[in-house]
Ligand binder design. Structure first.
Ligand code: F6P
Length: 339
């Protein structure tokens, strides 16, 4: 069999572990030929690929980013509808056939799995592998990249505690997560955040101020505030700037902001992400060997499973407002801005 692999969307730690998991198991276990497309879907549109041999796959387990490169190319979006745009889905199908591929493995987040589903509906044999630091892909408990980002963000929050206490300041840190607050919730709790704001929980400005002032009254002049970049903001400022200025303005306390940004997506994957990405990769090739296409590999209750792409495409997995970890954090006095 001949399979293609592409990595698409925002990069994250673990992508190379996943490429290695698919590639090595395909070659060693199933004697398949493996081809890696460059820069996500743009690579198959432009037929820009390399053969992934065993030697090309060795030494990449611990490497951050993706050796194939990535892009946010969306073949089915007709953004430049005024310009005679090339028919990208047709080009993908043409090159898939010319290369005599038996399957295309699409490693990526929500947008990637949506495109993967559309390509499957066009008749291509597709397997999706969920990745993103946001952990917001429907159908799977975890995506690789998430655990590494939680570790990176938690280490940063730990460092903010020492400077907050030294200056008796309110330190506001903004984490990634455009639509879902998983990363801010997990790193906020792991890092001992006093106030955590996520898009899924509607907060009120007065509750934020009351939370900080309550802490000051109980002799806690320093606070750590963790905010997801996607929280509703009343102006063009960043989430961190909006919350930091709100607190300073209404409490008179000193506040400072940190936007952790792309650091959360960089560097070597955590051991947990290396294991998850490898499990996804080897499970993907087992599905391919059985001709079980049109699915995304997923982990549910620590078991590998196949989820139809039709149940994933176009959706996002948001934090449930009654999520047990939120209930637990409230018992410790953590505020979420909703009361
Ligand atoms: O999808 C993961 C993510 O890191 C989001 O958390 C973030 O908002 C977005 O990608 C940033 O996109 P880009 O890498 O295109 O700037």
């Amino acid at each position: 069999m001949r399979i293609g692999i592409l990595t698409s969307g925002g990069d994250c730690p673990g992508l190379n572990a996943a490429i290695r998991g698919v590639g090595k198991s395909a070659i060693i276990d199933y004697k398949m030929k493996v081809f890696g497309f460059s820069s996500g879907f743009r690579g198959i549109i432009e037929k820009d690929y390399i053969e992934l041999t065993e030697d090309k796959l060795s030494g990449i387990l611990t490497l951050g980013g993706t050796v194939l490169g990535t892009s946010r190319e969306k073949p089915f979006s007709n953004k430049n509808k005024f310009k005679k745009s090339i028919d990208k889905p047709e080009l993908i199908k043409k090159h898939y056939k010319e290369m005599e591929l038996d399957c295309l493995v699409c490693i990526g987040g929500n947008g990637t799995q949506t495109t993967a589903h559309l390509l499957a509906k066009e008749g291509l044999n597709i397997i999706g592998i969920p990745k993103t630091i946001d952990n917001d892909v429907e159908g799977t408990d975890w995506t690789f990249g998430f655990h590494s980002a939680v570790e990176i963000s938690t280490e940063a929050i730990d460092r903010l505690h020492t400077t907050a206490n030294s200056h008796k300041r309110i330190m506001v840190i903004e984490l990634m997560g455009h639509h879902a607050g998983w990363l801010s919730l997990y790193a906020g709790i792991a890092g001992g955040g006093d106030l955590i704001l996520i898009p899924e929980i509607r907060f009120k400005e007065e509750n934020i101020i009351n939370c900080i002032e309550r802490r000051v009254r109980s002799n806690k002049p320093a606070s750590i505030v963790v905010v997801a970049e996607g929280i509703p903001k009343s102006n063009k400022k960043s989430a961190a700037q909006y919350v930091s200025e709100l607190i300073s303005k209404h409490t008179g306390l000193e506040s400072r902001q940190t936007i952790l940004g792309y650091v959360q997506r960089g560097g070597t994957p955590s051991a947990s992400d290396r294991i998850l990405a490898t499990r996804f990769g080897t499970f993907a090739t087992s599905l391919i060997s059985k001709g079980n296409y049109g699915n995304m590999v997923a982990i549910r209750n620590n078991q590998m499973t196949a989820v139809p792409l039709s149940e994933v495409g176009g959706r996002k997995k948001l934090v449930p407002v009654n999520y047990p970890m939120i209930k637990g954090a409230r018992k410790l006095g953590t505020c979420f801005g909703d009361y």
